[in-house]
Write a protein that binds this ligand. Structure first.
Ligand code: SF4
Length: 204
């Protein structure tokens, strides 16, 4: 969990994320966004609703804007890709103990979902992605990204993680000339992390 703080944006209205997308658009238009981010934090009462201090909230929001901007810049290249993989964080599994029936493959390394719980976010994401022809990996940590990409060649990768990890993974993908799309976590932590399944489905 690279952030030094925890956050939970899962209860923030979806309009907030529309605004983040708008700001990333403005960033592409070379406008200054520092003040805009502070206005957005005030408007959506992010400090009160999440307990984040202003500096952490700005840090988080800057990463969200960077991720949105990168997604936009990579989208057309990504749409042309044929062989794709989805990387999911293992901390979004419904259970982090033996109640999760996923098998762990040491060599890859990845968990392989056994679809034991219909209401597990990972189960849902795996099912959608596999129907669309993706190879799916449920990663025990961000360091596995480059390891997997050295084992198997993909031209397109979708990743779900916190903003900081997405930025690091984005650099790995750039070096390997792989088109990427990223879904930021709405709630971080070591367990029960959350991402938006509709957003993921739309990107896949
Ligand atoms: S549905 Fe898959 S990931 Fe979720 S708890 Fe069961 S085996 Fe684990």
């Amino acid at each position: 969990m690279p952030y030094k703080f925890t956050f939970d944006l899962s209860k923030i209205p979806r309009f907030f994320f529309t605004e983040v997308a708008r700001i990333s658009y403005e960033k592409r238009m070379h406008k200054k966004i520092g003040e805009t981010l502070q206005d957005l934090i005030k408007k959506f009462r992010i400090e009160e609703l999440t307990g984040l201090n202003l500096s952490d909230a700005i840090h988080l929001l800057e990463d969200l804007v960077d991720v949105e901007t990168r997604n936009f810049l990579e989208r057309e290249k990504f749409k042309k890709t044929k062989k794709r993989a989805l990387f999911l964080p293992h901390c979004s599994r419904k259970f982090m103990d033996s109640r999760c029936k996923a098998r762990f493959e040491q060599d890859t390394p990845t968990y392989v979902c056994a679809h034991c719980s219909p209401d597990c976010l990972i189960n849902e994401a795996v099912s959608i992605a596999e129907r669309k022809g993706y190879d799916v990996y449920i990663l025990p940590g961000g360091a596995c990204v480059s390891r997997i990409l050295k084992l198997k060649r993909y031209d397109g990768v979708v990743g779900v993680a916190c903003g900081e990890e997405l930025k690091l993974a984005g650099e790995v993908l750039s070096q390997m000339n792989i088109a990427g799309q990223a879904i930021p976590l709405l709630k971080n932590g070591c367990a029960n992390t959350i991402f938006n399944i509709e957003t993921l489905s739309r990107v896949l």
